[in-house]
Design a protein around this ligand. Structure first.
Ligand SMILES: NC(=O)c1ccc[n+]([C@@H]2O[C@H](COP(=O)([O-])OP(=O)(O)OC[C@H]3O[C@@H](n4cnc5c(N)ncnc54)[C@H](OP(=O)(O)O)[C@@H]3O)[C@@H](O)[C@H]2O)c1
Length: 333
C-alpha cells in the first residue's frame, strides 16, 4: 500500500511516498481503509524531530494522526466494530500513520463516524475534538454560566472548542483577526477581540478558564485575566510532570518537565490560579460522545481546504503557515 513516511527527521525533510506492506491486525485491532486523513501541526512537529525526546518514533514510519474510513478487517477479540462500519479516530501515540491507504487501530481508540458529515469532514475532527473535550470537560470541568477565553478561535482547536464551550453553556471570549470575526461569531463566540489591534488583557477579566494555544507572552498575560482559583490549560506548553507521567517517561524526563513548567507554575500560584498542560490522548469513548454532538447538529466541522493524497506535503506546509480557518484534510480514497 502507499504511505507517506518520515525517512529522516528534520524541518526541511519532506514525507516520502513509499510502498509498504499492509498493517497486520492484532486481536484487539481493526483495519481501516483510509478515506481521509486530517492534518495537524503535530504531524509537522513529529517530522521535525521536535518531540523526539518523549515520542521517539524510529524511522522510517508513517505520519498522520487523524483518520476517517471503513473497517475492512477485525481482530479476533474485537467486539465494538464490524467489517463495513464507517469510523474515525485519533489513534494512540506510537500507533499513528493515517497518511496511508490502510491503518490498524486498537478498537478502544475508534468511534463510529457521524452520519451527517463526509469522510473528509470526519477526518478533521478527532484530534482537535478530543483536545477540546479533554481541556474543557475533563480538566476544566467547565460549567454553564462560567466564562472561558479560547485563544485563536478561527484555528482547528478554536473552532471546535468554541462550539463545545457554548454547548456546555459557557460565555466565550476569543481572539481572531478581523477577517475571521464572522466565522467565530457564527460558531457562538460572545466576545471577539482583534488580536492584531487590541490587547485582550485590557478587555477580559475574572475569567474561570483559559484555553491557551499561543506563545509564552500570551500565556503569561492570560494568567492575569483569571479570577482566583481560575484554571489555565495550555496545549502549547510548557509541559508539566503530569504529562511526563501520562507518557510513562523516565525519572529524568519527569524532572525536566518539572523544571520546564516551574516558572509558570510559580507565577500562577502567586496569582492564586492553576496552571496545567494538556497533551491530548486517544479515546474512543470520548469520540463517541463527540459523534452524538455532531449527529445532532450541535457541533459542525469547520473545513478550510481538502488536498489530494499526493499533495500531503503541501497540506502540511499549508497548516504550518498558521493561517488555516478550521481544518485541513487529505483525501486518500
Ligand atoms: N497539546 C495538545 O494536545 C495539542 C492539540 C492540538 C493542538 N495543539 C497545539 O495548539 C496550537 C493550535 O493548534 P491549531 O491546530 O488550532 O492551530 P491552527 O489551526 O493552525 O491555527 C491557525 C489559526 O490561528 C489563528 N492565529 C494565529 N495566530 C494567532 C494569534 N496570535 N491570536 C489569535 N489567533 C491566531 C489564525 O488566524 P489568522 O490567520 O487570522 O491569524 C488561524 O486561523 C498549535 O501549537 C498546536 O500544535 C496542541
Amino acid at each position: 500500500m502507499k504511505a507517506f513516511q518520515v525517512k529522516r527527521y528534520g524541518k526541511k525533510e519532506k514525507l516520502q511516498l513509499t510502498n509498504i506492506a499492509e498493517p497486520v491486525v492484532k486481536e484487539n485491532e481493526i483495519l481501516v481503509q483510509v478515506h481521509a486523513a486530517g492534518v495537524n501541526l503535530l504531524d509537522s512537529k513529529i517530522r521535525d524531530g521536535e518531540f523526539k525526546i518523549f515520542l521517539p518514533y524510529k524511522t522510517p514510519f508513517t505520519n498522520g494522526h487523524d483518520v476517517a474510513g471503513v473497517v475492512t478487517k477485525v481482530g479476533s477479540k474485537v467486539s465494538k466494530f464490524k467489517i463495513g462500519d464507517e469510523v474515525y479516530s485519533r489513534p494512540a501515540d506510537f500507533r499513528i500513520g493515517s497518511f496511508a491507504e490502510y491503518l490498524s487501530i486498537n478498537e478502544n481508540d475508534v468511534a463510529l463516524k457521524p452520519k451527517n458529515i463526509s469522510m473528509e469532514e470526519a477526518a478533521s475532527i478527532p484530534l482537535v475534538g478530543l483536545t477540546a473535550w479533554q481541556a474543557l470537560v475533563e480538566k476544566a470541568n467547565l460549567k454553564a454560566g462560567q466564562k472561558i477565553f479560547i485563544q485563536a478561535g478561527s484555528g482547528g482547536v478554536g473552532t471546535f472548542a468554541i462550539q463545545l464551550a457554548k454547548y456546555l453553556g459557557a460565555i466565550v471570549a476569543t481572539t481572531a483577526s478581523s477577517a475571521n470575526f464572522d466565522l467565530v461569531k457564527n460558531l457562538g463566540a460572545d466576545i471577539v477581540i482583534d488580536y492584531k489591534k487590541d490587547d485582550f488583557e485590557n478587555i477580559l477579566k475574572d475569567y474561570d478558564v483559559v484555553l491557551n494555544s499561543q506563545d509564552t507572552k500570551t500565556l503569561e498575560k492570560s494568567l492575569r485575566i483569571l479570577k482566583p482559583n481560575g484554571k489555565i490549560i495550555s496545549i502549547s506548553g510548557p509541559p508539566d510532570v503530569d504529562f511526563a507521567i501520562q507518557l510513562g517517561m523516565p525519572w529524568f524526563l519527569k524532572l525536566i518537565m518539572k523544571i520546564l513548567s516551574s516558572g509558570i507554575k510559580i507565577k500562577a500560584k502567586r496569582l492564586g490560579v492553576n496552571y496545567s498542560f494538556l497533551f491530548m490522548r486517544a479515546d474512543g469513548n470520548q469520540l463517541t460522545e463527540i459523534t452524538s454532538l455532531i449527529n445532532s447538529g450541535i457541533i459542525i466541522p469547520v473545513m478550510d481546504k481538502v488536498f489530494p493524497f499526493e499533495q500531503t506535503n503541501d497540506a502540511m506546509a499549508y497548516v504550518e503557515a498558521g493561517r488555516a480557518k478550521g481544518k485541513v484534510v487529505v483525501k486518500v480514497k
